[in-house]
Design a protein. Structure first.
Length: 368
C-alpha cells in the first residue's frame, strides 16, 4: 500500500487510517461530525497527495486537452481552472478532473487517485493518435507532487500569512505560482471539494514537511485542524458534488449525471464520443442523477434500491450519508426520468424497510 509524504503526521496525530485508492489514508481524527463542522465554520486541512497530476506540454497540448475533455478548453485563460471530464467511447466517463491552463502550450490535469493508471493510458493513447511525443510532451508527475487542501471560510486569511502574493482576493477557480512558506514556488489554487471556500496547494514532495508545518502554524490562531476523508465525503455530498466510483463511472454519461454544464458542444470541438452525447442532450436519457433527502428517519447508502411510492424499482442510490449540517439523511442516485422532478416523492429500500424521501436540487446544506 502506498503512503503520502504526510502519512507520518497522520499516524502521530492518532488518525484512524484505512486503505483508499491504494493509499493508506486518514479517515478521521476526532470524528467526522466535528471535522465537518470545523471546515464549514473555520478551517481544516486535507492531505490530498494521492491525487494524480499530469503535465501536457508543447504545440499540440491544447489540441489534445480539447479532444479528450468535455469542457471547452478554448474558453480557458492562463491562471484559470476548469472542471471537466474524460468521456469514453461508449457513453461513460473515464474520470472527472481539473484542467489548469499555464499557457497555450502548457496544461496540468489533476485526476482521481484510483484512476491514475487508467487516465494515463487514456491520455497517452490519444496523444499518440495526434502524433505527439509522449516522452517529451506528457509527464505523469503524480509521485513527485504533494497536495494539501486548506478549506473553510478562514482558509485564505490564514494562508495569506505565508506569502507576499495576494491570495485573499483570488477569484474561485483561479491559480498562481507563488513563493509560499519559505518554498520557492507552489501552485496555489482557489479550488476545493467542500463548498466552504479555501485553496489547494501543490508542492514538490521534498517540500512536504515544510509545507505541513507552516500551514498548521499559520492557521493555529484560526483553530485549524487536520481533517480526514470521512468528512471530505460528507462535505462534498452536502454540496451535491459527484464522486467518481459512486456517482460517476465508465457507464454513466455526463448528460445522465447532470454534467451538461461541463459538456460543451462548441464549434470545432470534436471531443471523444461527441455525437452520442449530443444525441442524449437532444433526446433525453434513460436515467438521471438526482439529489434526495429523507422524509422518514434513515441513512441512505450506496447500492440501496430506489423505488416508486408503489414499490416499483426506479433506480439505485449512488451516495448517501447523514448530513451533519441538516441532521437528516441525504443522498444522490440514478432514477427513471419521470421521477427526477424536484418535489417527487420516492422510496428507499433500506434492508427491507421502505422509507420515504423527496427529490431535491442540491446543495443540501440549507441556508448558510
Amino acid at each position: 500500500m502506498k503512503t503520502t509524504p504526510f502519512t507520518h503526521f497522520h499516524e502521530a496525530l492518532g488518525a484512524r487510517m484505512a486503505p483508499f485508492a491504494g493509499y493508506n489514508m486518514p479517515i478521521e481524527y476526532t470524528g467526522i461530525k466535528d471535522e465537518h463542522n470545523l471546515v464549514r465554520e473555520k478551517v481544516g486541512v486535507f492531505d490530498v497527495s494521492h491525487m494524480g497530476e499530469f503535465w501536457v506540454k508543447g504545440p499540440k497540448a491544447f489540441e489534445l486537452v480539447q479532444k479528450i475533455t468535455s469542457n471547452d478548453v478554448a474558453a480557458l485563460e492562463d491562471g484559470k481552472v476548469q472542471y471537466s471530464c474524460f468521456p469514453n467511447e461508449t457513453g461513460g466517463i473515464v474520470d472527472d478532473l481539473l484542467v489548469y491552463r499555464f499557457s497555450a502550450e502548457k496544461y496540468l490535469l489533476v485526476v482521481n487517485a484510483a484512476n491514475i493508471d487508467k487516465d494515463w493510458a487514456w491520455c497517452t493513447k490519444w496523444a499518440k493518435e495526434l502524433g505527439m511525443d509522449v516522452e517529451k510532451d506528457l509527464e505523469n508527475a503524480s509521485d513527485n507532487i504533494c497536495q494539501l487542501a486548506v478549506q473553510g471560510p478562514l482558509a485564505l486569511k490564514a494562508m495569506q500569512k505565508l506569502t507576499s502574493a495576494n491570495v485573499v482576493d483570488m477569484e474561485y477557480y483561479t491559480f498562481q505560482e507563488i513563493p509560499f512558506a519559505g518554498i520557492d514556488k507552489v501552485i496555489f489554487s482557489t479550488t476545493g471539494y467542500t463548498g466552504s471556500g479555501g485553496c489547494e496547494i501543490y508542492a514538490y514532495v521534498k517540500d512536504a514537511e515544510k509545507l505541513w508545518n507552516a500551514v498548521f502554524e499559520a492557521g493555529a490562531e484560526f483553530g485549524i485542524k487536520p481533517i480526514g476523508l470521512g468528512a471530505r465525503d460528507t462535505l462534498r455530498l452536502e454540496m451535491g458534488f459527484c464522486l467518481y466510483g459512486n456517482d460517476l463511472d465508465d457507464t454513466t454519461s455526463p448528460i445522465e449525471a447532470g454534467l451538461g454544464w461541463i459538456t460543451k458542444f462548441a464549434e470545432g470541438k470534436n471531443f471523444t464520443n461527441r455525437p452520442m452525447l449530443e444525441k442524449q442532450k437532444a433526446e433525453g436519457t434513460a436515467r438521471k442523477l438526482v439529489g434526495f433527502e429523507m422524509v422518514d428517519r434513515g441513512i441512505p447508502r450506496h447500492g440501496y434500491e430506489l423505488q416508486s411510492p408503489e414499490g416499483t424499482p426506479i433506480g439505485v442510490v449512488t451516495s448517501g450519508t447523514m448530513s451533519p449540517t441538516r441532521k437528516i439523511g441525504i443522498g444522490m442516485g440514478y432514477v427513471k426520468p419521470e421521477y427526477s422532478k424536484v418535489g417527487t416523492e420516492i422510496c428507499i429500500d433500506m434492508r427491507g424497510r421502505k422509507l420515504k424521501a423527496v427529490v431535491v436540487r442540491p446543495p443540501f446544506r440549507g441556508k448558510v
